[in-house]
Design a protein around this ligand. Structure first.
Ligand SMILES: Nc1nc2c(c(=O)[nH]1)N[C@H]1C(S)=C(S)[C@@H](COP(=O)(O)O)O[C@H]1N2
Ligand SMILES: [Mo]
Length: 186
């Protein structure tokens, strides 16, 4: 009887420890809490998701297509313009590039024309190439009004957005799980 009681108390203590260490929380919450973005330019700045959300935001339509033809979108995407983020570490000057990467080793480079929303290949909904309207590169943290899920590249993913719906861009630039932005000479 005594041993039995001890076993129940031990189980309860272990359960409490598990709860306290966050074992029972879905991965999303912990990932959002632990996420950090390093912005490296002439200076270096590390920000939390809360700090990213506090920066001036941009909302637009985002729609991309993978090399296999799979579509992602259309979505309303909310995030922070890459130039705004670069400004935290000295900004991006003429001829410089933004190197955007993720913990899985994926890297995509945007040149200064693209940071101005130019020089992207765009398609209509039939995947026919169309002249590009003005675009913006954002670090998206909200998709259709909800926090970006991990499976879609959350907490923060690159999105290339336009003011009009139905403009498709290439998925390869939509870096998922972004944790580092470096400003480099082109
Ligand atoms: N971190 C990271 N981001 C990434 C990739 C990747 O392998 N790692 N693949 C890219 C490519 S090539 C495409 S087509 C899209 C695929 O997006 P999806 O997984 O949402 O369909 O993500 C892009 N972003
Ligand atoms: Mo791709």
């Amino acid at each position: 009887m005594k041993h039995h009681t001890h076993a129940i108390i031990l189980a309860a203590v272990l359960l409490l420890l598990a709860l306290a260490s966050g074992c029972s929380t879905p991965a999303g919450g912990a990932l959002e809490r632990d996420w950090r973005l390093t912005v490296n330019g002439t200076t270096e700045k590390v920000i939390t998701l809360q700090e990213l959300r506090a920066l001036p935001s941009v909302t637009g339509y985002g729609f991309c297509v993978s090399t296999t033809g799979a579509r992602f979108g259309p979505y309303t995407c909310r995030g922070v313009d890459l130039r705004e983020i670069a400004a935290l570490a000295g900004g991006i000057g003429p001829g410089q590039q933004a190197w955007v990467s993720a913990p899985d080793g994926y890297l995509w480079v945007f040149d200064d024309d693209q940071l101005d929303g130019k020089d992207f290949v765009t398609f209509d909904e039939n995947l026919k190439e169309i002249p590009s309207p003005p675009l913006r590169i954002i670090l998206m943290y909200e998709q259709n009004g909800k926090p970006l899920p991990y499976d879609d590249g959350g907490p923060a993913r690159i999105a290339i957005v336009s003011e009009q719906p139905g403009v498709i861009t290439e998925g390869s630039a939509w870096v998922k799980w972004v944790d580092r932005i470096e400003i480099r000479e082109g």
